[in-house]
Design a protein around this ligand. Structure first.
Ligand SMILES: O=C(O)CCC(=O)C(=O)O
Ligand SMILES: [Fe+2]
Length: 255
Protein backbone atom coordinates (compact mmCIF):
# COMPACT_ATOMS: atom_id res chain seq x y z
CA UNK A 1 0.00 0.00 0.00
CA UNK A 2 1.64 3.21 -1.24
CA UNK A 3 0.50 5.37 1.67
CA UNK A 4 0.90 2.81 4.49
CA UNK A 5 2.31 4.64 7.50
CA UNK A 6 4.71 1.90 8.61
CA UNK A 7 6.79 1.81 5.45
CA UNK A 8 9.01 4.66 6.67
CA UNK A 9 10.38 5.42 10.11
CA UNK A 10 8.28 8.55 10.59
CA UNK A 11 4.80 6.95 10.78
CA UNK A 12 3.32 9.30 8.16
CA UNK A 13 0.43 8.42 5.90
CA UNK A 14 -2.43 5.97 6.22
CA UNK A 15 -3.14 3.94 9.36
CA UNK A 16 -5.62 1.11 8.69
CA UNK A 17 -8.28 -0.07 11.14
CA UNK A 18 -6.92 -2.13 14.08
CA UNK A 19 -3.32 -1.20 13.27
CA UNK A 20 -2.69 0.14 16.78
CA UNK A 21 -3.58 -0.99 20.26
CA UNK A 22 -2.93 1.78 22.73
CA UNK A 23 -4.43 0.06 25.80
CA UNK A 24 -2.84 -3.32 26.41
CA UNK A 25 -6.00 -4.54 28.15
CA UNK A 26 -7.66 -4.33 24.69
CA UNK A 27 -7.20 -6.13 21.37
CA UNK A 28 -7.06 -3.21 18.94
CA UNK A 29 -8.21 0.33 18.15
CA UNK A 30 -11.08 0.67 15.69
CA UNK A 31 -10.08 3.81 13.82
CA UNK A 32 -8.32 4.62 10.60
CA UNK A 33 -6.11 7.65 10.47
CA UNK A 34 -4.11 9.87 8.15
CA UNK A 35 -0.94 11.32 9.66
CA UNK A 36 1.07 14.35 8.55
CA UNK A 37 3.66 16.72 9.93
CA UNK A 38 4.73 20.26 9.02
CA UNK A 39 4.81 21.14 5.37
CA UNK A 40 4.42 24.45 3.57
CA UNK A 41 1.53 24.68 1.13
CA UNK A 42 3.94 26.10 -1.43
CA UNK A 43 7.29 24.39 -0.79
CA UNK A 44 10.28 26.72 -0.67
CA UNK A 45 13.12 26.08 -3.08
CA UNK A 46 15.32 23.20 -1.90
CA UNK A 47 12.87 21.89 0.75
CA UNK A 48 12.77 18.49 -0.90
CA UNK A 49 16.57 18.16 -0.67
CA UNK A 50 16.71 18.57 3.07
CA UNK A 51 17.11 15.65 5.43
CA UNK A 52 15.07 14.33 8.33
CA UNK A 53 17.10 16.24 10.88
CA UNK A 54 15.85 19.46 9.34
CA UNK A 55 12.37 20.38 10.46
CA UNK A 56 11.44 21.77 7.05
CA UNK A 57 11.63 18.25 5.56
CA UNK A 58 8.09 16.95 5.73
CA UNK A 59 8.25 13.27 4.77
CA UNK A 60 4.48 13.42 4.28
CA UNK A 61 2.78 10.96 1.94
CA UNK A 62 -0.20 12.24 -0.06
CA UNK A 63 -2.96 10.52 -2.02
CA UNK A 64 -3.60 11.76 -5.56
CA UNK A 65 -7.30 12.25 -4.74
CA UNK A 66 -9.64 13.67 -3.59
CA UNK A 67 -8.72 17.10 -4.93
CA UNK A 68 -7.97 19.61 -2.18
CA UNK A 69 -7.08 16.94 0.40
CA UNK A 70 -3.49 18.12 0.87
CA UNK A 71 -4.47 21.82 0.95
CA UNK A 72 -7.13 21.18 3.59
CA UNK A 73 -4.76 19.18 5.80
CA UNK A 74 -1.85 21.62 5.46
CA UNK A 75 -3.99 24.72 6.05
CA UNK A 76 -5.60 23.23 9.13
CA UNK A 77 -2.17 22.11 10.38
CA UNK A 78 -0.84 25.68 10.33
CA UNK A 79 -3.98 27.12 11.92
CA UNK A 80 -3.89 24.57 14.76
CA UNK A 81 -0.17 25.19 15.30
CA UNK A 82 -0.95 28.90 15.73
CA UNK A 83 -3.43 28.01 18.48
CA UNK A 84 -0.82 25.74 20.07
CA UNK A 85 1.81 28.50 20.18
CA UNK A 86 -0.60 30.81 22.00
CA UNK A 87 -1.59 28.06 24.44
CA UNK A 88 2.06 27.32 25.29
CA UNK A 89 2.43 30.94 26.31
CA UNK A 90 -0.74 30.83 28.39
CA UNK A 91 0.51 27.71 30.17
CA UNK A 92 3.77 29.54 30.96
CA UNK A 93 1.92 32.58 32.32
CA UNK A 94 -0.38 30.35 34.41
CA UNK A 95 2.76 28.88 36.00
CA UNK A 96 4.12 32.38 36.78
CA UNK A 97 6.91 31.82 34.26
CA UNK A 98 7.99 34.30 31.58
CA UNK A 99 5.51 33.95 28.73
CA UNK A 100 8.26 32.86 26.33
CA UNK A 101 9.45 30.08 28.69
CA UNK A 102 8.43 27.23 26.35
CA UNK A 103 9.16 29.01 23.05
CA UNK A 104 12.60 27.50 22.45
CA UNK A 105 11.54 24.10 23.79
CA UNK A 106 8.58 23.71 21.48
CA UNK A 107 8.50 21.03 18.77
CA UNK A 108 8.12 22.94 15.52
CA UNK A 109 6.83 20.03 13.47
CA UNK A 110 4.19 18.24 15.57
CA UNK A 111 2.29 15.28 14.22
CA UNK A 112 -1.32 15.73 13.23
CA UNK A 113 -3.82 13.05 12.34
CA UNK A 114 -7.27 12.97 10.87
CA UNK A 115 -9.29 10.13 12.37
CA UNK A 116 -12.29 8.16 11.21
CA UNK A 117 -14.17 5.88 13.60
CA UNK A 118 -16.71 3.53 12.04
CA UNK A 119 -19.71 2.85 14.25
CA UNK A 120 -19.03 0.03 16.69
CA UNK A 121 -21.42 -2.86 16.45
CA UNK A 122 -19.47 -5.66 18.20
CA UNK A 123 -20.32 -6.91 21.66
CA UNK A 124 -19.48 -4.56 24.53
CA UNK A 125 -16.83 -6.90 25.92
CA UNK A 126 -14.90 -7.81 22.76
CA UNK A 127 -12.12 -5.45 23.89
CA UNK A 128 -12.13 -3.49 20.63
CA UNK A 129 -13.10 0.18 21.00
CA UNK A 130 -12.48 3.26 18.83
CA UNK A 131 -9.31 4.06 20.74
CA UNK A 132 -8.48 2.45 24.07
CA UNK A 133 -7.89 4.31 27.34
CA UNK A 134 -4.65 6.31 27.28
CA UNK A 135 -3.10 9.64 28.05
CA UNK A 136 -1.39 11.48 25.20
CA UNK A 137 2.38 11.23 25.02
CA UNK A 138 3.39 14.82 24.33
CA UNK A 139 2.61 18.21 25.92
CA UNK A 140 -0.98 18.80 24.91
CA UNK A 141 -3.31 17.85 22.11
CA UNK A 142 -5.54 20.18 20.14
CA UNK A 143 -8.56 18.12 19.24
CA UNK A 144 -11.37 18.98 16.87
CA UNK A 145 -14.30 16.60 17.07
CA UNK A 146 -17.23 16.37 14.75
CA UNK A 147 -20.29 18.13 16.23
CA UNK A 148 -23.32 16.00 16.97
CA UNK A 149 -21.56 12.63 17.46
CA UNK A 150 -20.81 11.58 21.03
CA UNK A 151 -17.81 9.22 21.31
CA UNK A 152 -14.95 10.77 23.35
CA UNK A 153 -14.86 10.02 27.07
CA UNK A 154 -12.58 11.35 29.80
CA UNK A 155 -11.67 9.64 33.09
CA UNK A 156 -12.35 12.11 35.89
CA UNK A 157 -10.62 12.30 39.28
CA UNK A 158 -13.29 9.97 40.76
CA UNK A 159 -12.27 7.40 38.13
CA UNK A 160 -15.60 7.68 36.32
CA UNK A 161 -15.86 7.94 32.55
CA UNK A 162 -17.63 11.13 31.54
CA UNK A 163 -18.67 12.16 28.03
CA UNK A 164 -16.74 14.99 26.38
CA UNK A 165 -19.72 16.14 24.35
CA UNK A 166 -18.69 17.99 21.20
CA UNK A 167 -19.57 21.67 21.37
CA UNK A 168 -19.76 23.27 17.92
CA UNK A 169 -17.10 25.94 17.41
CA UNK A 170 -14.83 24.69 20.22
CA UNK A 171 -11.68 22.58 20.49
CA UNK A 172 -10.80 20.09 23.23
CA UNK A 173 -7.35 20.58 24.75
CA UNK A 174 -5.99 17.40 26.33
CA UNK A 175 -2.95 17.71 28.59
CA UNK A 176 -0.29 15.10 27.76
CA UNK A 177 2.36 13.29 29.79
CA UNK A 178 5.29 15.59 28.97
CA UNK A 179 3.45 18.62 30.36
CA UNK A 180 2.54 16.60 33.48
CA UNK A 181 6.20 15.78 33.98
CA UNK A 182 7.35 19.33 33.28
CA UNK A 183 4.82 20.83 35.70
CA UNK A 184 5.23 18.07 38.32
CA UNK A 185 1.52 17.24 37.92
CA UNK A 186 0.26 20.80 38.40
CA UNK A 187 -1.24 20.21 34.94
CA UNK A 188 -2.19 16.54 34.88
CA UNK A 189 -2.51 14.46 31.74
CA UNK A 190 -6.05 13.29 31.08
CA UNK A 191 -6.91 9.63 30.44
CA UNK A 192 -9.42 9.37 27.60
CA UNK A 193 -10.87 6.88 25.12
CA UNK A 194 -13.21 6.82 22.16
CA UNK A 195 -16.22 4.50 21.93
CA UNK A 196 -18.39 5.17 18.92
CA UNK A 197 -21.73 3.49 19.52
CA UNK A 198 -23.58 6.42 17.91
CA UNK A 199 -24.57 4.32 14.89
CA UNK A 200 -22.81 6.70 12.46
CA UNK A 201 -19.21 7.38 11.40
CA UNK A 202 -17.33 9.83 13.57
CA UNK A 203 -14.45 12.10 12.51
CA UNK A 204 -11.88 14.02 14.55
CA UNK A 205 -8.53 15.76 14.04
CA UNK A 206 -5.77 15.69 16.66
CA UNK A 207 -2.59 17.76 16.63
CA UNK A 208 -0.05 16.68 19.24
CA UNK A 209 1.88 19.72 20.48
CA UNK A 210 5.18 18.51 21.87
CA UNK A 211 8.62 19.37 23.13
CA UNK A 212 11.55 19.52 20.74
CA UNK A 213 13.03 15.98 20.56
CA UNK A 214 16.36 17.18 22.00
CA UNK A 215 14.83 18.70 25.12
CA UNK A 216 15.41 17.00 28.47
CA UNK A 217 12.12 17.20 30.35
CA UNK A 218 12.30 17.45 34.13
CA UNK A 219 10.06 19.13 36.70
CA UNK A 220 10.38 22.92 36.31
CA UNK A 221 12.02 24.23 39.53
CA UNK A 222 9.11 26.56 40.34
CA UNK A 223 6.76 23.53 40.24
CA UNK A 224 8.78 21.73 42.94
CA UNK A 225 8.54 22.53 46.66
CA UNK A 226 8.78 20.84 50.05
CA UNK A 227 5.04 20.03 49.84
CA UNK A 228 5.34 18.89 46.21
CA UNK A 229 8.68 17.12 45.81
CA UNK A 230 9.76 16.19 42.27
CA UNK A 231 7.63 13.25 41.08
CA UNK A 232 9.49 12.52 37.85
CA UNK A 233 13.00 11.81 36.65
CA UNK A 234 14.51 13.59 33.67
CA UNK A 235 13.65 12.07 30.29
CA UNK A 236 14.52 12.97 26.75
CA UNK A 237 11.39 14.16 24.92
CA UNK A 238 12.23 12.45 21.60
CA UNK A 239 13.06 9.08 23.18
CA UNK A 240 9.92 9.16 25.30
CA UNK A 241 7.64 9.75 22.31
CA UNK A 242 9.39 7.15 20.12
CA UNK A 243 9.04 4.54 22.88
CA UNK A 244 5.32 5.21 23.37
CA UNK A 245 4.67 5.09 19.61
CA UNK A 246 6.48 1.75 19.29
CA UNK A 247 4.40 0.31 22.13
CA UNK A 248 1.17 1.53 20.63
CA UNK A 249 1.85 -0.02 17.22
CA UNK A 250 3.45 -3.27 18.42
CA UNK A 251 0.57 -4.79 20.32
CA UNK A 252 -2.33 -4.95 17.91
CA UNK A 253 -3.98 -8.10 16.61
CA UNK A 254 -2.76 -7.31 13.08
CA UNK A 255 0.91 -7.64 14.09
O1 LIG B 1 -10.62 11.11 18.32
C1 LIG B 1 -10.58 11.55 19.46
O2 LIG B 1 -11.51 12.20 19.97
C2 LIG B 1 -9.39 11.29 20.34
C3 LIG B 1 -8.16 10.86 19.60
C4 LIG B 1 -7.05 10.55 20.54
O3 LIG B 1 -7.22 10.37 21.70
C5 LIG B 1 -5.66 10.49 20.02
O4 LIG B 1 -5.48 10.53 18.80
O5 LIG B 1 -4.74 10.42 20.86
FE1 LIG C 1 -5.45 10.68 22.78
Amino acid sequence: MKLFHKQGTLFRGYEPLLDSNIDLANRGDLYEGFVISREELVPKEGDDKKTNGDTTFSGNLWPSEPAGFREAFVNYYHAAFGVGKVLHRLFALALDLPETYFDDKLKRDPIMRGLHYPPQTGSEDDRIVGIGAHSDFECFTILWQEPGVQALQILNSEKQWINATPIPGTLVINIGDLLSRWTNDIFRSTVHRVINRSGVCRYSIAQFMGADPHVEVEPIPSCVSAERPARYETINAGEHVRKRLREMYQHSITQ
